[in-house]
Design a protein around this ligand. Sequence first.
Ligand code: RNT
Ligand code: ZN
Length: 420
Amino acid sequence: MSKKNVEAAYKLACERYAELGVDAEAAIKRLLQIPVSLHCWQGDDVRGFENPEGDLTGGIQATGNYPGRARTPEELRGDLDFVFSLVGGTHRVNVHACYAEFEKGKKVDRDELQPEHMKNWIAWAKRNRLGMDFNPTLFSHPRFDGFSLASRNRKNREFWIRHTAATRRIAAAIGRALGSPCVNNVWIPDGFKDIPADRETPRRLLSEALDACFAEPMNPKHMLDAVESKLFGIGAESYTVGSHEFYMGYAVKNQKVLTLDAGHFHPTETIADKLSSCLLFVPEILLHVSRGVRWDSDHVVIVSDELVAIAQELVRLNQFKRIHIGLDYFDASINRIAAWVIGVRAMQKALLYALLEPLTAMRDAEKAGDYTSRLAWLETAKTMPFGAVWDKFCADEDVPLDTAWLGEVKSYEANVLSKR
Ligand code: RNT
Ligand code: ZN
């Protein structure tokens, strides 16, 4: 579509939205201020750089073998650079500890990681004006015995405590260097395939282990601790140590950031409804926006009803400073760059859609007890010219429209990915 047509369609759209009391220009401005944290692990199927040829060895799984995954830090950052050229707005990058880099012959195990092992990521983020988030990697490692921080094996458990403590120092160094707090998210796969005889001991061990991990005081200006629950995992169907109740309790008691992953609840539960409750009791929330299909399948995020519900709740709560938006999925069955681009753009589209809803009219109707009008307004929004505003956002950000980015990804595939 020509620039002229984008502008013409946008002008008409602004007039239509104004009739509903909605300021489309203000919606675009607000969208520009909402950072989305891009997960680096979509680019290489969560493999990391410790053992690049090796497969994942436990606790997490990616499916698919589409060619062209990033094999080195340079390839991964290069792919991310390309993704950033296709998405507008403000962003952060979310990196796992297993993406640390070592000089030749100087590899250390995860419990000895230092900020210097992330220096290339930090320098790259700085150059690109990106914030960064971080995660201890508590899976795919010989010390993972089906359990990590909740392991009954004291040596293993202490190894994972040292690792998590090390990542907090790294996260603080990242946050200090980039001038923006780095959220360090703890997720563990620990659990049992079959019915446990003792559900309590692993949870007590986890609670004590977390206390040990978090013992060193950190400046919240530099880093924030987050904890992520899960309902079940493959091979841990009957019992997951770090359940929602566990971490909700832990985060409330210790005032930690609570991570809500859209794929980590029963399929009919939506995290959208959880935000307003959690925010009353925990200081901040980290979202892992994902798309479960029947289970926590980590499908690429699209503009689904669930995503729109999350975005609506974010806009209605209007507490963007307390809610960090991160993406978390890994699809190795399609072009990985496209997977990133579709997911980030979907998140932004859902936010823009929510920012363009006639919220004042809906709230007025609700206050007056007029639920008929509230429902009617909700439906009216669905046929408004949302796409014209989205195109204008993309055009202003100098990124391709929805009709054009795929062509660029296909060329990148032909020129870069297919040579790997
Ligand atoms: C796994 C969790 C976790 C991971 C990342 C890689 O079910 O969602 O957040 O996806 O740490
Ligand atoms: Zn997650």
